[in-house]
Design a protein around this ligand. Structure first.
Ligand code: SF4
Length: 376
């Protein structure tokens, strides 16, 4: 993220569009002088809606175009321009940086719901290079700090690097299947309240050179199961267009691509261009590594939950890339669009919960479902 530069007014979909960023009472106080002079005054820009332990919580009032009321006609933040970064809500000031504050180090990564971060992941030769950085963490929220008292902190580095590397050298599907087996096998020993280090380390050793590798990555996929999962995802993607009007660009992009595209069309394209699946392996490998290094630890230690989320996002990205009828090779632009759109809808919009609910109605085991999602 050291060389990241926000696209500003050139961004195809500014991150603050439709985003119901929570404004704490402290934040509202800070913003007041900056927004008082705006037409309509403070109340035209900010609404409050709930009491929390940190005071009265609010958010920006979005217009019918779902743009932040503080965005200038050039697509730039007017508060940032007139008063500087210190006046901004924390989310606005830090996004798309994913910050984790730990006893040993402060880590900064990037959220892929920003198209420019997604582009850097795809186009940079070594997107995971570690570089020294200096950031001011004094304003960070509690939930961005990982408590050293928690059991899992003691093995955090070891576990996430281990999971991220587990599939190295394997085809994407095999690698992610191996990760899923590992996560399922260890879930009881690594959670927010405890870490059974011995048992966990033993399982890590076992997965380091598994003698039964074939067994661990093998999971039969029935045609009926695959069809049920594929049709469910198509249905969920199709329903986006009749959703609540928020996150218009990624929804429009996906629904435009999927117009008249049914599950059978997707299968047809997969059969016609089998090479395309292989060409997606490299960018999606990067995506998987990013998910485990940047996303997982800030959200909590539930390995299985993150595995589920990852498998679902991989399936959605593949469907969106394949839906581009003009693309027979995974051009960087197609990958960037698919990654940013899926990440924005899943991570900002909470739409993943609906997908997961719909998939859970299929009554499959966790491994059957993962295998089907990876085969989509
Ligand atoms: S999504 Fe990324 S590039 Fe676009 S405005 Fe936000 S931070 Fe900048």
């Amino acid at each position: 993220m050291k060389n990241f530069e926000c696209l500003g007014g050139d961004c195809p979909d500014t991150c603050c569009a439709s985003w119901g960023i929570e404004l704490t009472s402290d934040c509202q106080r800070r913003l007041k002088p900056a927004v008082d002079g705006i037409e309509g005054g403070y109340d035209a820009v900010i609404e409050t809606y709930a009491e929390s332990r940190r005071g009265r919580v609010g958010c920006f009032r979005f217009g019918s175009d779902n743009r932040c009321p503080l965005l200038s006609s050039e697509g730039l933040c007017s508060v940032h321009a007139s008063h500087g970064e210190a006046f901004l809500p924390l989310t606005c000031a830090s996004y798309p940086r994913a910050v984790g504050v730990r006893p040993q180090a402060i880590e900064v990564g990037g959220f892929l719901s920003c198209p420019e971060v997604a582009r850097r992941l795809i186009e940079t030769s070594d997107p995971f290079a570690l570089v020294d950085s200096h950031i001011d963490v004094s304003r960070l929220e509690e939930d961005q700090r990982i408590d050293s008292q928690m059991g899992y902190e003691s093995m955090l580095d070891e576990v996430r690097v281990f999971v991220a590397r587990l599939g190295e050298g394997l085809a994407l599907r095999d690698g992610v299947m191996l990760m899923a087996r590992f996560c399922a096998a260890t879930v009881a020993w690594f959670n927010r309240s405890s870490c059974q280090q011995d048992r966990f380390s033993e399982t890590m050793r076992h997965f380091s050179t598994p003698s039964e590798l074939d067994e661990l990555i093998k999971q039969p996929v029935s045609i009926r199961g695959l069809q049920a999962v594929g049709e469910t995802l198509m249905q969920q993607l199709g329903d986006l267009v009749v959703d609540d009007g928020r996150y218009a660009r990624p929804k429009q992009m996906i629904t435009d691509l999927l117009t008249e595209t049914a599950w059978t069309d997707h299968l047809d394209r997969c059969h016609r261009w089998p090479g395309l699946i292989d060409q997606l392996d490299d960018p999606l490998h990067r995506y998987v590594t990013h998910h485990w290094l940047t996303r997982w630890y800030t959200n909590g230690p539930d390995l299985d939950y993150h595995m589920d989320r990852l498998a679902l996002k991989l399936a959605l990205i593949r469907i969106v890339v394949f839906a581009r009828r003009d693309v027979q090779i995974p051009a960087a632009d197609a990958m960037v669009d698919a990654i940013y759109a899926v990440d924005r809808l899943v991570e900002h919009h909470g739409w993943v919960h609906r997908c997961r609910r719909a998939l859970s109605g299929l009554n499959m085991t966790g491994m059957e479902l993962t295998a089907c999602l990876l085969a989509v």
